[in-house]
Design a protein around this ligand. Structure first.
Ligand code: MIG
Length: 782
């Protein structure tokens, strides 16, 4: 229509194309030195280079002004004092630490980053870094033939992201999560490159809409943002594990979750009434299927008003929560950010009166339509609003609630853009800026507000938070579930690379809706999915309104028995899982890992999507196809033992594995061990019996691991109240030698650990801490 007016010859039409021209950073003009960083003034902008550690360097390019050295909310590490050797010749500057070398070419300005031996990590492409007149900032980096990419947070598609293009813009996507469906709910602008066995990482810390192009061109990849600075960190590696340690040093690690949060969660959109919830809990108890958590979706609220219960549907929530707790079940309610515009609703009143909602620069509150109808949205970028929101959770914690589920926090809004107006002006803790810049951290900050509020109120107990949206660093506050998947086999398959890449992106506590959210699930799919779910870090069965119910018993006895077996298995493996979660909280290493993380020199592992490692010694190869009971499994180097049959498989080979519907193929590396317990009752989940299964090794096999335990729900472990066993296992033809080193003050309900030997050779003795064992070997703890 406008084309018929003078608009057709609008000046922007011509300039528009010119505006898109890329302008390279150009030549270096002058060099300046600040207290702990270098400043390079170039034709097309200024570049700051600051070392955070000798293996972490930050590069900030600002095309318009001096680089701003503040960091986003993702970064929690302070730069350390790093010894940097500095040299200059006619062509370049060189900045060097023990681990990194930066060759800074003067004309045009280019940065080549190598390791201490001169091997290229990040090299610039023919095009360097630069900007466009529309505010975009861009980096082009050399792509090598053997580069493989991982991370990017929550993305569909395969494990190896080479050749893919991604966008980061937190989005509510109910439409099917297809391979090309992008972006989804989380924005983690971070990736790891694996090149011939060595790894390094890049975190592009820009909260605007960002884009990554990992393969449209033969010789380079690129990343860019719609606005802000080209602000990125390079992590030196050289192992995939060290990259993760470095990235999570910068952005933080998951706090140790309460043990109950690692159990089985049952959810549905929605269990609509108190009776329905009680009936559900009774079913689990009657059928003796373990259950830790029931989720309450939006129907629990009064007209979808957060911090309320509907009086008809849930007349006595306190009693419900107490009664369920007696049965060993906790309640986790959903909390969305939208606050109903209702002059008689106290939360809305407080938000308006205390000036806590998102506003336009002109002062009007931003309103958007969500479940409660027209709603206002707390401005989580403001400390005052975060505190207020956190405090409001006393409504739940006073009832005995210890966990919250955050949904719709992209934020999702029912309009054409699916989110808040990008012109909303956030307070941003005193540095106001637009939603366009802060959209991607809105959910992250809601998570911070919620987690901190809960922690304060729970007085020493560990909170649990589940979130849909987030930004880099989200692991500090929340577990992540991958949103509205569907009951398709393809979505079960997709969940594996998605969760593994989330793990590589610093988020170890993640999982998909088991059984699939939308669409009707079916018996076989639910069964196979539950087998996988039992070993994904977060384990929740959730389904959508209008589709088939998918609780463990919905498809008859045959399937119920198998599903129950695997939910129980989750609990039998809890000592092992909890130790891995502890490790994740300390080092950032994920619980569920792609094979390449343990075998980075084995190229065959670089894109294995349908197998995963649990820690460093357990490999799981689920069946994720209908009617299939045999599959090929790739075994990396070593000898691998099927935990169920004891059969041994030689590594560096692919074997055909049979797995009837009741079998999930699980393999343990020979010479290593796993810690297990037995399922007793839902009420009393603290384990009393502990078993160390040692998969007897042969000459030269050795294995070390740390078993960890504590009370499972308080922060007392931070003051030494934990049990840690550093276990070292060495095998020869004559003996299996264990040394167990105990530390910490926690006294567990079990007093000994029963050693179970799998595949012990004739003539192999067992020696524990120097003593030869007779009969059934036991490790005594007291
Ligand atoms: O789809 O609260 O992803 O888990 O059950 C509408 C209702 C909003 C989206 C979440 C889903 C949840 C549902 N929510």
């Amino acid at each position: 229509m406008l084309e018929d007016t003078s608009f057709a010859i609008h000046p922007e039409k011509e300039n528009g194309t010119r505006n898109q021209a890329f302008s390279d950073i150009g030549k270096l003009l002058t060099v300046g030195k600040k207290a702990d960083y270098h400043l390079f003034h170039c034709e097309g902008g200024e570049v700051a280079i600051r070392f955070y550690r000798d293996d972490i360097v930050r590069i900030v390019m600002n095309p318009l002004s001096a680089p701003r050295m503040e960091v986003s909310k993702a970064v929690i590490a302070q730069p350390q004092k790093v010894a940097v050797k500095e040299t200059e010749d006619v062509k370049e500057y060189k900045l060097e630490t023990n681990r990194l070398r930066l060759h800074i070419q003067k004309a045009p300005f280019r940065i080549l980053i190598t390791d201490q031996n001169g091997s290229h990590l990040v090299a610039e492409a023919a095009l360097g870094m630069g900007s466009k007149a529309n505010g975009e900032v861009i980096a082009y980096k050399a792509l090598q033939e053997k580069d493989h990419f991982y991370g990017f947070g929550e993305k569909t598609g395969h494990l190896d992201k080479r050749g893919e293009k991604y966008e980061m813009w937190n989005s509510d996507v109910y439409a099917p999560h297809n391979p090309e469906t992008d972006p989804l709910y989380e924005s983690i602008p971070y990736f790891m490159t694996l090149r011939e066995g060595s790894a390094h990482g890049i975190f592009f810390d820009n909260t605007y809409r960002t884009f990554f192009d990992m393969g449209s061109h033969e010789s380079y990849y690129s990343f860019k943002a719609e606005g802000g600075q080209l602000d990125y960190y390079v992590f030196a590696g050289p192992e995939p594990k060290t990259v993760l340690e470095q990235y999570t040093y910068l952005t933080g690690r998951m706090p140790l979750p309460p043990k109950w949060a690692l159990g089985y969660h049952q959810s549905r959109y929605s269990y609509e009434t108190e009776e329905e919830v009680r009936e559900l809990a009774d079913q689990f108890i009657a059928r003796d299927i373990p259950l830790d958590v029931i989720h309450l979706d939006i129907h629990y609220m009064n007209g979808y008003r957060v911090f309320t219960f509907d009086q008809d549907r849930f007349p006595n929530p306190e009693k419900l929560i107490t009664d369920l707790r007696e049965m060993g079940i906790r309640v986790v309610p959903i909390v969305d950010p939208g606050v109903k515009k209702d002059a008689e609703y106290p939360i809305y009143q407080e938000g308006v009166n205390q000036d806590l909602f998102c506003k336009y620069i002109e002062g009007d509150i931003y309103f958007g339509e969500v479940w409660p109808g027209v709603s206002a949205f707390p401005d989580f970028t403001d400390e005052k609003a975060r505190k207020w929101w956190g405090e409001k959770h006393a409504f739940y914690t006073k009832m005995g609630i210890e966990g919250i589920w955050n949904d719709m926090n992209e934020p999702a809004v029912f309009n054409e853009t699916k989110t808040m107006d990008v012109n909303v002006m956030h307070r941003n803790d005193g540095d106001p800026t637009t939603h366009r810049e802060l959209h991607n951290v809105y959910g992250f900050l809601m998570g911070q507000a919620t987690y901190e509020g809960l922690k304060e109120q729970l007085e020493g107990k560990r909170p649990f938070l589940l979130t849909r949206a987030g930004y880099a660093g989200v692991q500090r506050y929340a577990a992540v579930w991958t949103g509205d998947n569907r009951s398709f086999w393809e979505h079960l398959q997709m969940a594996l690379p998605m969760i593994m890449n989330l793990g590589i992106s610093g988020v170890p506590f993640a999982g998909p809706d088991v059984g699939g959210f939308a669409h009707d699930t079916n018996a076989e799919l639910l069964t196979r999915w539950t087998q996988v779910g039992a070993f994904t870090p977060y384990f929740r069965n959730h389904s959508a309104i209008g589709f088939r119910y998918q609780e463990p018993w919905q498809f008859g006895e045959k399937y119920e028995a198998i599903i129950k077996k695997y939910i129980r298995m989750r609990y039998e493996w809890m000592p092992q899982l909890y130790s891995l979660f502890y490790e994740a909280s300390k080092t950032g290493l994920p619980v569920m890992r792609p094979l390449l993380m343990e075998f980075p020199r084995d190229e065959k592992t670089y894109n294995i999507n349908d197998q995963f490692m649990l820690g460093d010694n357990v490999m799981i190869a689920p069946i994720m196809m209908p009617s299939v009971t045999d599959r090929a499994v790739y075994f990396p180097a070593g000898m691998w033992i099927d935990v169920e049959t004891g059969a041994t498989y030689e590594g560096n080979k692919t074997h055909l594995i049979h797995a009837a519907l009741d079998k999930l193929p699980i393999f343990v590396k020979r010479g290593s061990a796993i810690m297990q317990t037995v399922w007793e009752s839902n009420k009393e989940k603290a384990y009393k019996i502990l078993m160390l299964h040692v998969f007897a090794g042969e000459d030269g096999d050795s294995y070390q691991f740390t078993y960890y335990d504590d009370d499972g729900e308080t922060f007392a472990f931070e003051n030494g109240d934990y049990l840690q066993l550093n276990i070292d296992i060495r095998s020869t033809a004559e003996r299996i030698t264990l040394s167990v080193e105990k530390s910490g003050a926690y006294i567990p309900p079990y007093h000994e650990i029963n050693l179970m030997l799998v595949g012990r050779k004739e003539g192999q003795h067992v020696i524990i801490n120097g003593e030869k064992c007779k009969g059934n070997p036991v490790i005594t703890l007291v």
